[in-house]
Every structure is written in structure tokens, then in C-alpha cells.
Design a protein around this ligand. Structure first.
Ligand code: B4P
Length: 326
């Protein structure tokens, strides 16, 4: 099988260098504009009803010296109604509905590159939750490639946040069209900006490619230098290289080439300082569904009964059950 290699020179083209053409990997975002565009579009999308935030309360569960943030949903009714509508239309039309193709223009934030654009998450729990979506259909079960990391590097330079990817249904993905996500920090108004970050920082202070001793699920984490004043091309290569190294370390080796199928389900978490990969075996532990944010120490439950179950079982045990034991 021939898989096109990620072609580096494409990445560094600018519109001025190639007037009239859109090459893969061309950066289209005006520097410094993403956070403001997200704020403006959120304000507009709220007023016109395109954005339908989900209210939550939150509590913390302390475990292994970490304050795990747990959000408790107040009302999922709108999202569930949209899910039912999506399934009904899929049945009527005989094919799955895709909310990202075509996307709702009222949720459009910005063109990022010639291959990716940025949308607001329609059912956001945290403000300015961004989706980084491929323009053309690509499956959420494909490995991430250089163009995905180019879009990610551009967005992460603009917004100090936690980027993540739910690689496949067992990793929490509900939409089959490829989308990375980016939530601005902090994840909660009090406490650590990312609950598990102190543990990750402590582990990375000893080794740049390692595991976090306190976390009982299979994972691997690597240091990143995305805050350094490096050329974009170097930051993209760092992300792409680290991804492949981490995937191999957790038993999911891949090239990160365009069109390549992912070797198995996993969650990817990326900040400007580090990247983590967690292989997955199931979407939920009992009633508690987990996506990438769960492995950052930010979990979501439907109601207080599920919160109690999470307390009784222990959040780290839930994460181990949806992932693999170390
Ligand atoms: P996926 O990768 O498929 O899955 P997800 O983030 O886990 O969200 P899911 O859809 O499974 O929602 P859930 O009930 O678990 O992401 C698809 C994304 O597309 C979602 O963000 C979805 O909201 C969004 N979307 C769907 N239709 C859309 C449309 N027409 N236009 C634009 N975007 C659309 O969780 C409910 C919500 O809570 C989700 O927003 C989820 O991101 C968020 N969430 C889950 N866990 C969280 C946590 N621990 N902390 C904060 N927020 C959390």
C-alpha cells in the first residue's frame, strides 16, 4: 500500500508565495486573531441560538494528591434532542449525518489552514471550546498526520489551552468526522489549570519521555517546547515526532501518514509543555463515559447518583478500567 508521506515543504508556503493556489498545509489564519474570533463568534452564536451551552456544577475528589475536577450535568436535554434528530435523519436518508460537513456557519470561527478550520463546539460545557475540523471528510479513526499537527500548532500558539483528540468510539468520540479539540485554560475557575499537571510536571522534571508513577493506567508522556520562539515548521515536527514516539511506546505504532488507519483507540492530550497518549479499551466504566479530558483529571457525570458511584469506585480506577492497567 502506498501512503503519501507528509510533505514538509508544503507546510511553509504562505499565500504570498503561491498566489491563487491553495496547497495542502498552507496557513490561512491571521496571526493573533483566533481568541478574539472565538469570543466574538461565541457572543453572536449565543444570541442567535446556534450555541447551546450545557450548564454544570462542579466538585473535586482528592486522590493521589490530585484534586480531580468532576462536572455534574444540569441539563443534557438539548444535546440529547440533537442526537435523536441526527439519528432520525440518518435513518430517513439512509446515511449518517455529519454536523461538520456541512457545518453550521453560525458556529464558524476561522480558517486555520488549507486543510482545517475552526468551529465552536455547539454543546459546550466550558466557554470557547473549539473544534479543529478537517475541511474534507476524514475518519476520526485515521492516525493524525502532519497537516493535523500543523493546524494544532497554529491554534495552540494562539490559545493557551489543552488540546485533545478522542481517537475512536472507545476513546469517547461520538462524531466520525476527524476533529481535534481545544479548551482554553484554566479548566475550572479554581484549583490547578489542569488537575493532573503537577504530577506530569514532576515526572517530566526527571525525564523528558516517561510515565507518571501515580497514574495507574497505561500511558506515556513527553516534554514539549511549544512556547519556545521556534519557527512553525519546527513546532509541527516536534508534535508529529512526539506523537509517533508516544504511540509506539504505548503499543500503537504508526507513521502518522495521511490516510493511515489508527492501530487502536487512544486519547491524546497536548499542552504547550507536554503531550500524553493513553490507549483505550472501552468508552465507559459502568455509567461513566470518559473522553480525553478525563485523563487530564477533568471528568463529567450525568447526575449526583453517578457522582457518588465515581466517588465510591475512585476516579483513577475508572480511568484504569476504560484504559489498560500499567
Ligand atoms: P467527540 O470527540 O465526538 O466527543 P466528546 O467531546 O466526548 O463529546 P460528545 O459528543 O460525546 O458529548 P458528551 O455527551 O460526552 O466530540 C464531538 C464534538 O462535537 C462534541 O464536543 C460535540 O458537542 C460537538 N458537536 C456535536 N454536534 C455539533 C454541531 N452541530 N456543531 C458543532 N459541534 C457539534 O459531552 C457533552 C459535552 O460536554 C460535549 O461538548 C463535550 O465536549 C463536553 N465534555 C465532555 N466531557 C467533558 C469534561 N470532562 N469537561 C468539560 N466538557 C466536557
Amino acid at each position: 500500500m502506498s501512503i503519501p508521506e507528509f510533505d514538509l515543504p508544503f507546510m511553509i508556503q504562505s499565500p504570498e508565495n503561491s498566489p491563487g493556489t491553495i496547497a495542502p498545509g498552507l496557513v490561512l489564519l491571521e496571526p493573533g486573531s483566533l481568541a478574539l474570533a472565538a469570543e466574538r463568534q461565541s457572543a453572536y452564536a449565543l444570541t442567535c441560538g446556534a450555541l447551546q451551552p450545557i450548564s454544570t456544577e462542579y466538585e473535586f475528589i482528592e486522590i493521589a494528591g490530585v484534586q480531580i475536577l468532576v462536572r455534574i450535568l444540569a441539563n443534557l436535554a438539548l444535546k440529547e434532542a440533537a442526537n435523536r434528530q441526527q439519528s432520525k435523519m440518518a435513518q430517513t436518508e439512509g446515511k449518517p449525518q455529519n454536523p461538520f460537513l456541512p457545518y453550521d456557519p453560525d458556529l464558524f470561527v476561522a480558517d486555520i489552514t488549507s486543510t482545517h478550520l475552526c468551529l465552536l463546539n455547539k454543546f459546550n460545557v466550558v466557554d470557547h471550546h473549539l473544534l479543529i475540523v478537517t475541511r474534507d471528510f476524514e475518519a476520526q479513526t485515521q492516525a493524525l498526520n502532519g497537516y493535523d499537527f500543523l493546524a494544532l500548532a497554529v491554534c495552540l500558539a494562539e490559545v493557551e489551552g489543552l488540546a485533545f483528540y478522542n481517537g475512536g468510539q472507545a476513546a469517547g468520540a461520538s462524531q466520525p468526522h476527524k476533529h481535534l479539540q481545544l479548551v482554553p485554560l484554566p479548566l475550572a475557575p479554581v484549583g490547578e489549570p489542569i488537575p493532573i499537571a503537577p504530577l506530569v510536571d514532576a515526572a517530566l522534571a526527571k525525564a523528558e519521555f516517561t510515565q507518571v508513577p501515580e497514574l495507574p493506567f497505561r500511558h506515556q508522556v513527553a516534554r514539549l517546547d511549544q512556547s519556545a520562539p521556534l519557527p512553525l515548521v519546527d513546532r509541527v515536527l516536534e508534535l508529529h515526532d512526539r506523537y509517533r514516539q508516544l504511540m509506539a511506546a504505548v503499543g500503537l505504532p504508526c507513521q502518522g501518514a495521511v490516510g493511515e488507519a489508527q492501530p487502536g483507540a487512544y486519547n491524546l492530550l497536548v499542552t504547550r509543555q507536554w503531550m500524553m497518549v493513553v490507549p483505550r479499551r472501552q468508552e465507559r466504566a459502568g455509567p461513566i463515559a470518559v473522553n480525553s479530558l478525563g485523563f487530564a483529571g477533568a471528568m463529567l457525570v450525568r447526575d449526583r447518583a453517578h457522582l457518588q458511584q465515581l466517588r465510591d469506585y475512585g476516579p483513577l480506577m475508572v480511568l484504569q478500567q476504560v484504559g489498560y492497567p500499567k
